[in-house]
Design a protein around this ligand. Structure first.
Ligand SMILES: [Zn+2]
Length: 64
């Protein structure tokens, strides 16, 4: 059994990245969209996060 691997494959990590099961941090659904995977949230949750962030900002501005 050959135990030698081709050393230093820079493309390996990308392949692993695609194979890794990346899930939304919010609803834990599997993410298939590269952009969603990069953010760690699905499109629905990104929209929710953005809205909540805006709401929080408005509250912070109103309280000052
Ligand atoms: Zn989600």
């Amino acid at each position: 059994m050959p135990a030698t691997f081709p050393g230093g494959g820079s493309g390996m990590s990308e392949e692993c990245d695609l194979k890794a099961d990346v899930r939304c941090r919010r609803c834990h659904r599997a993410l298939t969209n590269p952009a969603s995977r990069a953010k760690g949230y699905g499109p629905i949750c990104i929209a929710k996060e953005a809205k909540e962030r805006m709401d929080a900002q408005e509250l912070a501005e109103a309280s000052t």
